[in-house]
Design a protein around this ligand. Structure first.
Ligand SMILES: C[C@H](C[C@H]1O[C@@H](n2cnc3c(N)ncnc32)[C@H](O)[C@@H]1O)NC(=O)c1cc(-c2ccc(F)cc2)cc(O)c1O
Ligand SMILES: [Mg+2]
Length: 215
């Protein structure tokens, strides 16, 4: 049968990118998705905003919800200093298998823990299983209606502390209205919208950055 789109993205990485060179992996995926087939990576425009937030936070522990093919995992991990890591959750096993190979090709596997499973099942185990105290940065990019329940779950599990930064993709397209309303109206978050475009298109989209102010 036909290959899947993630398989074709991996092939583009393996034919166009250099092993151990994360930037070439990012460039190969962006070129493929702009000129061959659209795919739901955060992309180069919003990716640059993600980069600037990672550099500003310089996190030691990052949580990414929704790995897909690992594009944003590579973007984040390539900016982390030695000893820092990103835990990324992906519940589709086919996507997780592709993401592992993309992350390996970029040479960043030592900075990445890819967990195959659903965010709602795994968040309560983060402290016990990974020895995480709290996350410095959370990148939300999974099912859009899971952003709010998972944020509340992270709060309940004590995985968000004063200074933790939540960065949410797709707050306009496809949109996460209940999440936006929550972080923008809560006295416990200081929220800011970074206007951009839906990956590889001219449609409006953006990232919402929310800093937890403590209880
Ligand atoms: C949801 C996906 C991203 C991935 O998230 C995993 N996932 C899900 N729920 C969970 C969980 N609960 N735990 C762990 N992983 C989880 C999944 O399997 C996908 O691989 N992202 C999107 O759907 C997405 C869609 C669009 C988009 C925009 C305009 C259009 F016309 C069409 C699509 C743009 C984007 O930028 C996205 O990010
Ligand atoms: Mg997204």
């Amino acid at each position: 049968t036909r290959t899947s789109r993630p398989q074709r993205i991996l092939k583009a990485v393996q034919t166009k990118a250099t092993v151990g060179d994360p930037q070439s992996v990012i460039t190969a995926i962006d070129h493929f998705c702009r000129h061959r087939e659209w795919a739901m990576n955060v992309g180069d425009e919003k990716g640059s905003i993600l980069d600037s937030v990672v550099n500003e936070v310089s996190p030691v522990t990052v949580l990414e919800l929704g790995t897909y093919c690992g594009y944003s995992t590579v973007r984040i991990a390539r900016l982390l200093p030695p000893g820092a890591c990103v835990i990324t959750l992906e519940f589709n096993p086919d996507y997780a298998a592709i993401a592992r190979q993309v992350i390996k090709w970029s040479g960043l596997e030592d900075k990445v823990q890819l967990v195959e499973g659903a965010s709602g099942d795994w968040i309560p185990w983060m402290k016990e299983h990974f020895g995480v105290q709290a996350f410095d940065l959370v990148f939300l990019d999974h099912w859009k209606e899971r952003y709010l329940p998972d944020t509340k779950l992270l709060e309940e599990c004590g995985l968000i502390q004063k200074g933790t930064v939540l960065l949410a993709d797709n707050v306009i397209c496809p949109g996460t209205p209940d999440y936006l309303e929550y972080v923008r109206n809560s006295p416990h978050y200081n929220s800011q919208y970074y206007r951009s475009h839906l990956e590889y298109t001219k449609a409006e989209d953006g990232l919402e950055k929310s800093v937890f102010l403590g209880y």
